[in-house]
Design a protein around this ligand. Sequence first.
Ligand SMILES: C[S@@+](CC[C@H](N)C(=O)[O-])C[C@H]1O[C@@H](n2cnc3c(N)ncnc32)[C@H](O)[C@@H]1O
Length: 275
Amino acid sequence: MNGKHEPLTEAEMVGFRLNPALLEQLRACAPRPARILDWGCGRGRAVALLRQEGFEAYGIDTDLAVLRNGHALLRGRGFEPERLLRHLDDIRTFADDSFDIVFSEETLEHVADIAALAHESFRLLRPGGLAVHSFPGVRRLVEPHLRMPLVHWLGPGAPRRLLIQACLLLGHGPRPPWPEAHDECGRPLPLAGRAALYARYLEEKVHYRRIAEIASIHDRVGFRVRHRIVGPVPAWAGLLPKSWPGDGFPAGNVLLLLSKPDIIAPHASTGSNPS
Ligand SMILES: C[S@@+](CC[C@H](N)C(=O)[O-])C[C@H]1O[C@@H](n2cnc3c(N)ncnc32)[C@H](O)[C@@H]1O
């Protein structure tokens, strides 16, 4: 599979699948949702797939170079890529209440300003619309980007860098190792240099948060918040405080489900559940 720094190809799309938990949510929506926004769309793989399925899908991302790597494929399929894949700076060009679904996959942990995302997604969703975010829980044992145990349990600083060095020595690390972890001749950087690179990535690009914190930010904006853990939770995890498995221990992804309430005129109530 090509990385996000290579143009997206049709061959890659053959093996691409949407997150099953998200698919389940899309299928459960009735009537069938029309307009969908992928927040953190990268090269727009999900946008291309959803368009093929007949959805009016758009994507938003902060990395213009990565977005552009999806243009050729979309253009080849007859779409106008600049209209479908947009930079976050252009988010205000989408009208209020104009989406049925906003979703993200493996993105929320990269978003520095979650409150801004919560406000904007609330603005963009129609009343009754749904936001679905799938992201790694803070208490996962193995940090999924670096594939190293426990490194995200420590804050920035020397202990974390030492743990990263130990992980590298024991053979843990991104697969394949990142190009930036090599010198110009393709040789791996010295251990300390690689550890510093990976530690800097965690500090600058990954923001782990407790589910309670994320939930309360969305609750304040007006969303109805639910979440569940998708992934293995062994029976013995029940012996731990509830928040541990609730935050993804030992290997779970959080599936955050946020509904924007319907606006019901008081006199129009029929006694049925509006949501
Ligand atoms: C792990 S990638 C997910 C890519 C995409 N979901 C896919 O399947 O190809 C995370 C993406 O989130 C983007 N990102 C980070 N912060 C963001 C933000 N505040 N708003 C939108 N996208 C953001 C990154 O540029 C990156 O492309």
